[in-house]
Design a protein around this ligand. Sequence first.
Ligand code: ACK
Length: 218
Amino acid sequence: CSMVETSLPFYFGWFLCPTQQEKLRNMANEFLSAVGSLEAFKEHVGDFAGEAEKEVNLQQYFQDKGVLHCTTKFCDYGKANGAKEYAEKQVVRESYGSKADLVLTALFLTPRTLGAQVSLTEAQLQLWPEDAEKEAVQSADLPRGSRAHVTLGCAEGVDPVQTGLDLLEVVLQCQQGDKGEHVQDLELGPLTYYGKGVWMVKLSEPLNTPAIFSSFYG
Ligand code: ACK
C-alpha cells in the first residue's frame, strides 16, 4: 500500500548550527577582503570582471545561497540517480538527526563560486555516496570525499552544484602535479593561486564545526 510511502528530500547533508554559520560567514568575509585587496588579485581581475573593468567587489560578487551545509546526497525529490537507495541505507537512517563535527580545511574562490573544503572522517565517509566524485569527473580516480564542501556563495546565475565541481578541479590539478603558485601567507593561512581565477587558502587552524545530519525539502 502506498499510503505510508515517504517522499524523498531535495538533498541530504550536514547542516551547520546558526552560530557556526555566522562564524564561517565572517571567516569567508575575511578571506574575500584579504584576497580582494592583493595586488596579485588585481593583476588577475580580468578572470572576474572582464578586461574592461579594473576592480571587483568580491563581497557583492558572490550571492548568498541560504543555509550553510555540506551536501552528502542530492536526491532531487527522488529524481536523482540512487536517491531512494541512499535514503534507505541503514547508516543513513541511523545517523539521521545526529551531530557530526565537520573539519573545514580550506576556503576557495573562483570566478563562479565561493566555498569551504570539508575533510571527512572515516565515519562521516560512511554517509558519502560511492559515486559522488565519479559522477562529476568520470576520467579520474579522485579520493572519496574530495568533493565535500560548504557553498558560501555563487556568482550571479551560477548554480551551487558548481562549488563541488570547482573544488574537484583543484584536487585534480594537484593530483596531476600542479601545486599552484604560493602567493603569500594570509592571517588565515597560506594562499595559493591555481590559475584562471582560482584562489585557495589552506587554513592554518582548521575550523571544527558542529553540524546535524538531516535533509532539506525546500
Ligand atoms: O552547495 P551544494 O552542495 O550544491 O548544495 C546544493 C544543494 O544540492 C541544493 O541545490 C547541491 N546539488 C545540486 N545539484 C546537485 C547535483 N547534481 N549533484 C550534487 N549536488 C547537487 C547543491
